[in-house]
Design a protein around this ligand. Sequence first.
Ligand code: C2E
Ligand code: CA
Ligand code: CA
Ligand code: CA
Length: 278
Amino acid sequence: AKQQAGAAAVTFQPGMSAGASGLLEIEQALAAAIENEEFQLDYQPKFAAGTRHLAGFEALVRWQRPGQGRVSPADFIPAAERTGQIVALGVLILRQAIGHLRAWQQQGLAVRPVAVNVSPLQFEDLGFADWLVALVHAHGLAPELVEVEITETAAMTHMERVLPQLARLREAGMGVAFDDFGTGQSSLTLLRRLPITTLKLDRSMVDPLPEPSAGAVVRAACVVAEALGLTIVAEGVETEEQAAEVERLGCTHLQGWLLGRPLRVEAAEALLTPASLK
Ligand code: C2E
Ligand code: CA
Ligand code: CA
Ligand code: CA
């Protein structure tokens, strides 16, 4: 249902938000929250298959709403997309993630790449990719440390605007991940034409493992990804049985509650070792 919400949200038209009072309410609340910077990033670790060493993080936004605790992105990202506020929110998110990377680097930690989720609406501004590349450079970070995640559905429905900008990010050395693979309409043959470095297998493909037919699909995706030189992350790994299976089938990385829940920034930082001990 989350994906459907995301896909529907990209049909936003300016002026639409004034219609429903519920939406107006969330729009006003979001406007204040963006103004007050009430958003925080949690970091979910990703691990290399086999060694299970820390390979990087995915940044996941939370809204620290006064009096209401931490609100899940599933409860406000679709609204932020409908109102167009995801663009301003996306700027805060990218600034925060890049700020954390820089702080870790300045503390002499062995920094790992951070993947940030990006909405297709952020690409409506044709200068988005250039802005992001400049931001990364201005913070003195190697571009390889920043990866952008875009959902399969989002990339496919906004191809003309999204693909050239993803290519620009790739050219600059940044990673590009195709998120939630297996939930949309795209085929394995399409992957060849996309400027991506990583394929993220949706949890719905990992859940049924070790059921043989599910395994056959994961295996096929891994074979194609490997031939194209892509890394392939299995998402939503919750059991050791699933972990062993995705490793056996050829996934290069694992992410999920079994190996690590999303962590507060301090806890994520604690997983990094001093660069000198690398
Ligand atoms: P996603 O990009 O597919 O992120 C993975 C979601 O799966 C996260 O939910 C994560 O907490 C959850 N997850 C991770 N491991 C497991 C597991 O083993 N089992 C289960 N059941 N779930 C697991 P979260 O943090 O609630 O985020 C939901 C969605 O909200 C994300 O899905 C993404 O589409 C969106 N989102 C999150 N942060 C951002 C952001 O900064 N910007 C944008 N545009 N979207 C975001
Ligand atoms: Ca993601
Ligand atoms: Ca995902
Ligand atoms: Ca998802």
